[in-house]
Write a protein that binds this ligand. Structure first.
Ligand SMILES: Cc1cc2nc3c(=O)[nH]c(=O)nc-3n(C[C@H](O)[C@H](O)[C@H](O)COP(=O)(O)OP(=O)(O)OC[C@H]3O[C@@H](n4cnc5c(N)ncnc54)[C@H](O)[C@@H]3O)c2cc1C
Length: 426
């Protein structure tokens, strides 16, 4: 951005949240003047580097959501997520977005007796809430699909899919540009000034004046003074193998290419890419102190993940790893998403998608567009819109709290699977 500009709506952040908000605003009001400002390039944040699971998980688990918000809201959250998964799949289809979408379904595998019990309990709760399309596969049914000696059964959800998130981000860029959204990359918003009638966004080379502002800054939100207390960034990391061979597939199955997660607190997520590489992420997370956002690389986690691939799939013991990366997700103190107005109805925000925002951000974009247009809808009535957020404490307490929560999650994972190599610190 080189000059000053006046628009109806300015969106800060070029990830799925910002892209989907822009799309839904222009779809609802084609004449609206919309600008999207991204400090780096479109898809630079979590949206361009995630695992690409289009899935229904809200927050940490269904039972934690039920404990925190009550059963009826846990059901509402899951139904919102189902709608989000379907919306994303339908948009990819309708708009012909080239992002290697595969409708594979999703397995959450049990790798110890205690995790099996946890998953069976989750499925029982889901069924009690009247949720459908979630089933239990026993040990042999699971291993028939994907042959790992670790698997004792799995939560099976056929609704879900996998995609290439960077391609999806670039696809969105093209679509909203065609709709007439003005996109400014390499344009960080450094300061936000509220005036009587409008809001001024200060960037290095120009000022944007907007009637409405949508903050789609996710894990970077605490860098904006008005959002300091809403969320903290937490980093998750990924490794990628060379393409698997036909022999590998004969040994491990996985013909139906499902996205897979395990049932740990510090979850592993893994899938096949369109060129048959195995992508595995998770195992541990990194936290930071204050404004430090330089945690994309973690050698210990990368080495641990490579070990875990070999451990879960012994026939891949000689597989080579070709790529490693990481990125920040946005975590609220109660580990659930939140959207709403900030101060007054001119400024709108979204945070807390955790590691499960691919589908969620797409439906949230529609909700945020309704909020920006001040249109009441079933989406804006959702319980996590304008909900109370537990404020994040300032440093050093923020760091102590995140370490304590992480320590607890690690300890529980050890108790749930004491023999597993996946709990070993390398
Ligand atoms: C490694 C990894 C794996 C994941 N795997 C999955 C998965 O498989 N499935 C799933 O559902 N979810 C997954 N997630 C989570 C998911 O990617 C995110 O929830 C989702 O992409 C968040 O989208 P967003 O648009 O809200 O945020 P982001 O994509 O992070 O976008 C925010 C953007 O705002 C920009 N920005 C920030 N501050 C400013 C500023 N001041 N001025 C201008 N621009 C600014 C940033 O540069 C960034 O591009 C994963 C995340 C990571 C990191």
């Amino acid at each position: 951005m080189q000059n000053d500009l006046k628009v109806d709506v300015a969106i800060v952040g070029g990830g799925f949240t910002g892209l989907s908000t822009a799309y839904h605003l222009k779809r609802a009001e084609p004449d609206l003047n919309v600008a999207l400002l991204e400090s780096d390039v479109i898809g630079f944040g979590a949206s361009g580097r995630n695992g690409g699971f289009n899935m229904t998980l809200f927050g940490l688990t269904l039972s934690i959501t039920a404990f925190r918000f009550g059963k009826s809201r846990a059901k509402e959250a899951h139904l919102y997520m189902e709608r989000a998964v379907d919306l994303l799949r339908d948009l990819v289809d309708e708009l012909n977005i080239d992002c290697d979408y595969e409708h594979t379904g999703f397995l959450r595998v049990a790798t110890s007796e205690k995790y099996k019990k946890r998953l069976l309990h989750e499925i029982e709760l889901a069924h009690k809430l009247g949720l459908t399309e979630i089933d239990w596969l026993d040990k042999s049914q699971t291993r028939e699909q994907v042959a790992s000696p670790q698997y004792l059964g799995a939560w099976w959800e056929p609704r879900c899919g996998i995609l290439n998130p960077a391609k999806l981000s670039w696809g969105w860029r093209e679509i909203i540009e065609k709709q007439g959204v003005q996109i400014f990359e390499n344009t960080p918003v450094m300061e936000i000034q509220r005036e009587n009638r409008s809001i001024r966004l200060i960037t290095p080379k120009g000022v944007i004046t907007a009637d409405k502002v949508v903050l789609a800054t996710n894990a970077y939100s605490h860098m904006i003074s008005q959002m300091k207390r809403k969320q903290i960034p937490v980093w998750t990391h990924i490794v990628l193998t060379e393409p698997l061979t036909d022999t590998h597939f004969e040994q491990i199955g996985w013909q139906n290419r499902q996205g897979i997660e395990d049932a740990r607190n510090l979850v592993h997520y893994y899938r096949l890419t369109s060129d048959n590489r195995l992508l595995m992420g998770g195992r541990d997370v990194s936290t930071s102190y204050g404004a430090d956002m330089e945690k994309d690389l973690n050698e210990k986690t990368f080495a641990g993940l490579e070990n875990d691939v070999r451990d879960i799939f012994p026939p891949l013991k000689d597989i080579k790893f070709t790529h490693q990366w990481g990125g920040p997700v946005s975590v609220t103190l109660d580990m659930a998403p939140a959207m709403g107005y900030l101060g007054d109805e001119r400024m709108i925000y979204s945070v807390g998608c955790m590691g499960h925002g691919v589908s969620l951000t797409h439906l949230n974009g529609r909700t945020l567009a309704d909020l920006a247009l001040e249109r009441k809808s079933d989406l804006t009535d959702t319980f996590f819109v304008n909900r109370k957020i537990i404020p994040v404490p300032p440093e050093p307490i923020r760091n102590l709290v995140s370490r304590a929560v992480l320590g607890y999650m690690h300890m529980e994972d050890k108790l749930f699977d004491p023999k597993s190599d996946r709990n070993k610190k390398l």
